[in-house]
Design a protein around this ligand. Structure first.
Ligand SMILES: C[S@@+](CC[C@H](N)C(=O)[O-])C[C@H]1O[C@@H](n2cnc3c(N)ncnc32)[C@H](O)[C@@H]1O
Ligand code: SF4
Ligand code: SF4
Length: 482
């Protein structure tokens, strides 16, 4: 009997935890003390007896029959879910491989996502991973903004200049080699518009040759049949921005007439080619009446969709792009929809049940502020490393001077970031609205020039959010009493 890891299954070891991710089912699991069982199952077929022999050699004192029984029990559910393939011949295993399909998958929009209890959240693989990374930072995801250049000029964009700067292929390969060697898993190619990079195809192929999960953030205006084929053959996932179903609204945001047509046609071509795609629809003054239509469109295609009304200042401290951000009245009306009429918006801060789970002041002050720098990094087209998308002003080092590993282990700016705790943001530490706010140092930095100084707009939004959630709570209690 032969066994192999499905092409969609990714395994990473984090301390005593083995993390198993199925790329196309978007499901993941965390196993404690299962490294020996999983490390011998590779992408190429292996005889089960050979695998068992290796496992037994790791447990010399244990009974071989017991080990075989435990191993069978361990792999049975993974075989059932086609994460591990099992068969008599390599051809049979190959036939068992599944590809992403919109017919087989029903990706959820934010509207459909179930609100989980605290206990459920505590045992999610993502929560366990977050806790692990806090104690043992490990680079899990790397975003490479491979060019600053772009085909659009979006009103809200945080990129200050669209210079024709391209991260050289040779440097990209070097960083990808390091990333793979460090156990990294997800590579996100972004920009600017990543398809403008002259070596885009080669970059995608190289990242895949390292057995990494590759995702691109793109406006898809350059996505022709050849690019569709490339994405398909290399099993790339896509996130695309679509701002409205009205061409004139989308084009007024991108400031490129005809862009809606191109983007929408490309989305539908991706759908036809069964390439996993998520539609992002950030909301701003120009499109805040339109996002529901975009979500419905996504649902009609069975595509995942996300929306958000958080617009950050530019990476260089210029806040002129914030003119398009919703003002407080507009934000209130959206928040009212979310809180009272269950209109979807991706955020955890509207859940009245959350009150019971809040951290007390002491806990909050000792906790980290966000996950930046614990499991992910960004690399800009000019070679600078920075902590997260949009935080380009906080430079951690440069790929022309230091290897990725050196940055990750020893960048003083990164070590400083990891040491920041709630108490370092005094206004937030004693703020009555902090549980209704997603405190974000990048947001602060780009808008106030100081990562510890809250951006006033978001404080006001948090206050409105707090009021509305309290109001909903009162109504719920009132209704329950009737
Ligand atoms: C910077 S773009 C790069 C990828 C690609 N050009 C695109 O537009 O999808 C990545 C995402 O960031 C969003 N974005 C751009 N500027 C933003 C800002 N100031 N605040 C929040 N999101 C922003 C875009 O709408 C897009 O969804
Ligand atoms: S949001 Fe994306 S498409 Fe729009 S200008 Fe910025 S990088 Fe270009
Ligand atoms: S509302 Fe302002 S002060 Fe309060 S937690 Fe959020 S950012 Fe900090």
């Amino acid at each position: 009997m032969l066994l192999k890891l499905s092409k969609n299954t990714y395994v990473r070891q984090f301390g005593r935890f083995t993390y198993v991710l199925d790329r196309i089912q978007s499901s993941d699991q965390m196993f404690a003390d299962a490294e020996v069982f999983l490390r011998e199952i590779k992408r190429c077929p292996r005889e089960k007896d050979d695998i068992l022999r290796e496992i037994c050699s790791a447990y010399i004192k244990a009974d071989a029959e017991e080990i075989a029984k435990d191993f069978e029990e361990f792999i049975a559910p993974l075989i059932q879910r086609k994460m591990i393939l099992c068969g008599n011949t390599p051809e049979e295993l190959e036939k068992g491989e599944q590809s992403f399909s919109y017919e087989a998958n029903d990706p959820k929009t934010a509207e459909d996502s179930k609100q989980l209890t605290k206990q459920e959240i505590d045992y999610l693989p993502q929560t366990l991973l977050g806790e692990y990374f806090e104690k043992h930072p490990m680079l899990y995801q790397l975003q490479m903004d491979i060019t600053q250049s772009c085909t659009e000029r979006c009103l809200h964009c945080y990129i200050p200049d669209y210079n024709p700067v391209y991260l050289p292929l040779v440097k990209i390969k070097e960083v990808l080699d390091d990333f793979a060697a460090m156990g990294g898993l997800v590579i996100t190619l972004s920009g600017g518009e990543c398809m403008l990079h002259p070596d885009f195809d080669e970059i995608v192929k190289y990242a895949r040759s390292k057995d990494l999960i590759v995702t691109i953030l793109s406006n898809l205006t350059l996505c022709d049949d050849e690019k569709i084929q490339l994405l398909n053959q290399n099993e790339v996932s896509v996130q695309v921005s679509l701002y409205s179903m009205k061409p004139e609204v989308h084009d007024c945001i991108t400031r490129r007439p005809g862009s809606w047509q191109k983007t929408k046609a490309a989305i539908e071509a991706l759908r036809k080619a069964q390439i996993p795609c998520t539609i992002a629809c950030p909301t701003m003054k120009q499109n805040y009446h339109d996002y529901l239509e975009v979500l419905n469109y996504a649902r009609s295609l069975k595509m995942h969709a996300i929306t958000d009304c958080i617009i950050l200042g530019k990476m260089n401290g210029d806040t002129s792009n914030l003119a398009c951000r919703l003002d407080l009245n507009e934000t209130r009306s959206i928040l009212e929809d979310i809180v009272f009429r269950a209109v979807p918006m991706k955020s955890e801060f509207f859940n009245p049940g959350k009150k019971a789970e809040m951290l007390d002041d002491e806990q909050w002050m000792n906790d980290k502020v966000c996950g930046a720098g614990f499991s992910s990094l960004c690399l800009s087209a000019d070679g600078n490393y920075y902590p997260c998308a949009a935080w380009g002003g906080y430079i951690l080092g440069n790929c022309n001077e230091n290897s990725l590993n050196e940055i990750w282990e020893a960048s003083p700016a990164l070590l400083k970031l990891r040491s920041i705790r709630g108490r370092d943001l005094p206004k937030c530490a004693h703020c009555e609205d902090r549980d209704y706010c997603s405190v974000c140092m990048c947001r602060n930095f780009n808008e106030t020039g100081n990562m510890f100084e809250p951006a006033e707009h978001f404080c006001k939004v948090a206050k409105i959010n707090h009021e509305l959630v309290d109001e909903r709570q009162r109504r719920m209690v009132g209704n329950a009493g009737v």
